[in-house]
Ligand binder design. Structure first.
Ligand SMILES: [Fe+2]
Length: 286
């Protein structure tokens, strides 16, 4: 697909995308009867929404073992190849919950603080690109912890419609770099350089790699990149009919093709802390 370079291809793809996008959150939420064996209609609906919107929300009844259940749901969408995350607890899903141990609480996801807009695994190299993730709420906070997200393909369209030059610079192959991550003199993660919007070689879908974080990030050495990043940041922070905002309840989950998202800060009951289960995958849901 040459939507980045050919205007006619772009317009055709854009019109198709906007016509098929569902803007009502309730229409994106699927009630699942038996999470261990999804009905064909439930699976079809998840796949349909992951095609049109790049995400689907679902709700399941209370389970005795959420890790087992969510792992099983994900496997029904061929999501089995897990990203080997630094702090993965049991070879399957990461437990996103405030941590008391110092080394983990250095990372914002394991605190109750807000997390700015990002796509998951933005620091990974191409061979470890995260194409989908699942997020499941086992236990919400007392207050806060709302998630905001938007389909990256829609974000690209909105930016390109406003200013094609801004969209173009964000597709530059050196737009965003994350320096290598070293610990105790050893390289834990190599330097990662790439575009913010790009066509993923494997899926041929327009995808996104982004963080709003300012620390430890390097951008392309060009005068156009700064205003382009500001436009992107402004767009993400605006509320359009295409943006979604939702506080996940216990038993609710999301399956998505790595939508760009953020998390608000939250207040916890220390005896019953917020717990989200997250899986990251190299495959997309389609
Ligand atoms: Fe995330």
């Amino acid at each position: 697909m040459s939507i980045l370079s050919k205007l006619d291809d772009y317009k055709y793809w854009r019109d198709n995308k906007l016509n098929n996008y569902t803007t009502n959150l309730e229409d994106c939420l699927i009630e699942i009867d038996n999470p261990l064996k999804l009905k064909k209609s439930e699976k079809d609906r998840v796949r349909f929404l992951c095609n049109s919107n790049n995400f689907a929300l679902f709700h399941i009844q209370k389970q005795s073992d959420y890790v087992k259940t969510v792992t099983n749901i994900n496997a029904q969408f061929d999501l089995v190849e897990i990203d080997k995350h630094l702090y993965m607890q049991d070879q399957s899903l990461a437990h996103i919950t405030p941590k008391v141990e110092k080394n983990q609480s250095e990372f914002i996801p394991y605190t109750n603080r807000a997390i700015g807009w990002h796509t998951d695994g933005y620091y990974n190299d191409i061979d470890h690109r995260i194409r989908s993730f699942s997020l499941f709420c086992a236990n919400p906070a007392i207050s806060g912890g709302i998630n905001d997200w938007i389909d990256p393909q829609i974000a690209y369209i909105l930016i390109r419609e406003e200013n094609p030059d801004v969209a173009k610079i964000l597709t530059h192959p050196q737009a965003l770099s994350i320096p290598e991550h070293k610990k105790d003199g050893k390289t834990r993660r190599a330097k990662s350089t790439g575009a913010i919007f790009f066509i993923d070689e494997l899926t041929q879908q327009l995808s996104m790699r982004y963080t709003q974080r300012k620390k430890n990030i390097k951008f392309l050495d060009s005068i156009e990149i700064k205003p382009a990043l500001e436009s992107l940041s402004k767009l993400l922070n605006t509320s359009t009919q295409y943006h979604f905002k939702h506080l996940m309840q216990s038993g609710q989950g999301m399956l998505c093709n790595n939508v760009v998202h953020k998390r608000e800060a939250f207040i916890d009951d220390s005896n019953n802390p917020r717990l989200m289960l997250r899986g990251r995958y190299f495959k997309s849901i389609n």
